[in-house]
Design a protein around this ligand. Structure first.
Ligand code: NDP
Ligand code: 8X3
Length: 264
C-alpha cells in the first residue's frame, strides 16, 4: 500500500456503509480524502474516524480529510464542487463513485415516479456527472483511477428490482465503455460489484423499517462495508500497469442475486 502514500481520494457516499469503511481504510494507508455525501453530521463522524485511523498508522503522509456536503444528483452543486474543496486537495488521484441507493421492491406499474427519477438521478446521472468532472482533469494530467461501485444487480435483473437493476446495468455499461475509451491513457477504470453487504442499504430500501431490513440477512453472514473497502483499496494499490477491471464479491452463502443459503 506504499503506492497510496500522499495520494488524494474522493469518495461519494462517504457518510455510511461501504463509503465510510473505504474512507477509514484509505486513511490508514496514508492518503488525503474528500468525503462527500448529503448528511454533514455523519460525514464529520467519518472524518474523525479517518483522523484516528491515520494517527494509529503512524504515517506522516496524507492525513487531510475534508467533509463536503454534496448531493451528487444536484447538477449545479456538482459543477460548483471545486469551490468547496480546500486548495491542497484539488488534485484528486482516485475517484470512488460509491453514492447510490434503492427504494422499495414494487413491481413495474406500481413504482412511484419520484422514486424512479431519484434512483436514476443519483445512481446513474450523479455517477456520470462526477466522472465527467474528474476525468477531464485526469486526462489533462495523464493519471488517475476511477472506481465505480456497481452491483450483482448490474449483472442480473431480479423480481422487485427493475429500476435499481437498470441503474446498475447502466453503471456497468458506462464504466466498460469508458475503460475502452481510456485504453490509450494511463488512467485506470475499475468496477466493484458487491453482493449482499449489511449497511444502511436495506434500511433505505425498506424506508426505515429496520426489522424488514435485518431479515434480508437472516440466517447468513453478509459482507460488511469493510469487506468491500478491502477490495477497493486493493484495486487502488496495484502497480500502475495493472488495471483491476471488474470484481464480483459475494458472501460465501450467496451464489447469485437470488440464490442464497440460509443456515449453518
Ligand atoms: P449505505 O446506504 O450505507 O450508503 C449509501 C451512501 O450513499 C451514503 O453515504 C449516502 O449518504 C450516500 N448517498 C445516497 N444518495 C446520495 C446522493 N444523492 N448524493 C450523495 N451521496 C448520496 O449503503 P451502501 O454502503 O451499501 O451503498 C454504497 C453503494 O454500494 C451504493 O452504490 C449501492 O448501490 C452499492 N451496493 C450495495 C450493496 C449492498 O448490499 N449493501 C450491494 C451492491 C452494491 P447520504 O444519505 O448522507 O447522502
Ligand atoms: C445490492 C444488492 O441484490 O439487493 O446492489 O440488488 S441487491
Amino acid at each position: 500500500a506504499s503506492r497510496l502514500l500522499g495520494k488524494t481520494v474522493l469518495i461519494t457516499g462517504a457518510s455510511s456503509g461501504i463509503g465510510a469503511a473505504t474512507a477509514v481504510l484509505f486513511a490508514k494507508a496514508g492518503t488525503n480524502i474528500l468525503l462527500l455525501a448529503r448528511r454533514e453530521d455523519a460525514l464529520k463522524s467519518v472524518q474523525q474516524a479517518c483522523v484516528a485511523a491515520h494517527k494509529a498508522s503512524g504515517l506522516k503522509e496524507g492525513g487531510e480529510f475534508a467533509p463536503i456536503q454534496l448531493d451528487v444528483s444536484d447538477k449545479a452543486a456538482v459543477a460548483a464542487l471545486w469551490s468547496k474543496v480546500p486548495g491542497s486537495l484539488r488534485q484528486v488521484d482516485i475517484l470512488v463513485n460509491n453514492a447510490g441507493y434503492v427504494v422499495g421492491r414494487e413491481h413495474v406499474g406500481d413504482i412511484d415516479e419520484a422514486v424512479i427519477e431519484g434512483m436514476f438521478a443519483t445512481n446513474v446521472l450523479g455517477l456520470i456527472g462526477m466522472t465527467q468532472l474528474l476525468v477531464r482533469d485526469f486526462k489533462a494530467r495523464k493519471s488517475g483511477h476511477i472506481i465505480n461501485i456497481g452491483s450483482v444487480a448490474g449483472r442480473e435483473p431480479y423480481v422487485g428490482g427493475s429500476i435499481y437493476t437498470a441503474t446498475k446495468h447502466a453503471v456497468n455499461a458506462f464504466t466498460a465503455s469508458m475503460m475502452r475509451e481510456l485504453v490509450d491513457t494511463p488512467i485506470r477504470v475499475t468496477e466493484i460489484q458487491p453482493g449482499m453487504v449489511e449497511t444502511e442499504f436495506s434500511i433505505v430500501r425498506f424506508r426505515g423499517d429496520t426489522s424488514t431490513a435485518k431479515s434480508v440477512y437472516a440466517g447468513l453472514e453478509p459482507l460488511t462495508g469493510e469487506d468491500i473497502a478491502e477490495e477497493i483499496v486493493w484495486a487502488a494499490s496495484r502497480p500502475p500497469h495493472v488495471n483491476i477491471a471488474e470484481v464480483l464479491v459475494f458472501p460465501v452463502q450467496q451464489a447469485s442475486a437470488t440464490i442464497v443459503h440460509r443456515g449453518p
